[in-house]
Design a protein around this ligand. Sequence first.
Ligand code: ZN
Length: 165
Amino acid sequence: MKSPLEGKSIDDIGAVYEEGPEQEVSETPAPVAPAPGGTPVTLTFEQLKDLLIEAKKPVISDSDKKKLENDQQTRLDNAAIITLERAKKLQEQAMCGHIRRDGSSRTVYVENGNYLICQRCQDVIRPNAMLKDKNGKDTDKPDIARREVFQKHFAMVGRSQLFDY
Ligand SMILES: [Zn+2]
């Protein structure tokens, strides 16, 4: 069934409602026929306008809202886990001497990146390491201890252990 209001602008609808009673008493048929059998509603134009604007708004149900909140919480949880894992990894790398029980180096030299990587803790040791600030960014001061670790392990890694990715 076609709505009698179909194809009308909001102002036309307002006019229909405002002029409604006059059309009922007039002899000429109303240009917009009221839906037969429909329950008559009495709304002011402003009420109708608000109703139509309200109907156009996207509806967020309670379950959608709950889902959004859960997703947000999941993201926060994941971020916390990642931070924790990173801290654990850093601690593991700080504890690891990158040396096997037999005294050989656990590191391998990655030629195209010019760094050593420990096969146990995945620590990356660079020959040109710089001291880091509290945010983990390089400062302009060389990290002497780190560079010495590189030199020590680089000397231990035989040519046979070298590989390229
Ligand atoms: Zn290691």
